[in-house]
Design a protein around this ligand. Structure first.
Ligand code: 5GP
Length: 195
């Protein structure tokens, strides 16, 4: 039987480059990493695929899943009425199969997983300062000034949660952040006690 995998939480303000970091980490780090695909009620963006980026579900379906206790955690993110949740069974099956399951989730969701699963390894990825985040969001050009202002407000709140995470990653360079996270994970593959 394969050794049980690890649970990894990764959060950080949107625009901090966290999705790119996660993608590169999975592609390059020699550990059996796998992204947990969340369910969401928000609409797919251009280029996103159902089942790969998210399980895109209706609010009705999401409520049913929630009532059926199918989520490890679920939250309404950004207060926009969009719900996001981590499917518990998918995570459990991955861990059982020896996968290191990465949950790329917001701070509130992360705090509830930490409460339930104290063995989870947690990373907070951020760009260093709110000024840096603001200039990245402007460069990205997907948000108007009002949306940027809201994202910065949320980010300022989220930054206060850094202390709850085991590892803080200042993402100035994707390759470097990925190497740092991969290296920080290594000791946990040496048969240290598993949950
Ligand atoms: P986006 O809509 O831009 O893909 O994601 C918005 C936010 O939702 C991001 O901060 C992302 O980390 C968070 N998120 C994605 N999936 C989940 C989830 O399953 N649970 C929680 N709590 N947050 C999630």
């Amino acid at each position: 039987m394969s050794q049980r995998g690890r649970l990894i939480i990764l959060s950080g303000p949107s625009g901090a480059g966290k999705s790119t970091v996660v993608r590169e980490l999975i592609a390059t780090c020699a550990l059996p990493l796998e992204l947990s695909v969340s369910a969401t009620t928000r609409c797919p963006r251009e280029g996103e695929q159902d089942g790969r980026d998210y399980h895109f579900v209706s609010l009705k379906k999401f409520r049913q899943m929630r009532a059926g206790d199918e989520f490890l955690e679920c939250k309404e993110v950004f207060g926009r009425g969009d719900w996001y949740g981590t499917p518990a069974e998918q995570v459990e099956q991955g861990l059982e199969a020896g996968k290191w399951m990465i949950l790329e989730i917001d701070v509130q969701g992360a705090l509830s997983v930490m409460e339930k699963r104290s063995e989870a390894l947690s990373f907070f990825v951020h760009p260093g300062s709110l000024e840096e985040l603001a200039s990245r969001l402007r460069r990205r050009g997907t948000d108007n000034e009002e949306a940027i202002r809201r994202r910065l407000e949320v980010a300022a709140e989220e930054l206060q949660a850094i202390g709850h995470y085991q590892f803080e990653i200042i993402n100035r360079d994707v390759e470097q952040s990925v190497a740092e996270i991969c290296q920080l994970l290594q000791p946990y593959s040496l048969g240290a006690e598993h949950a």
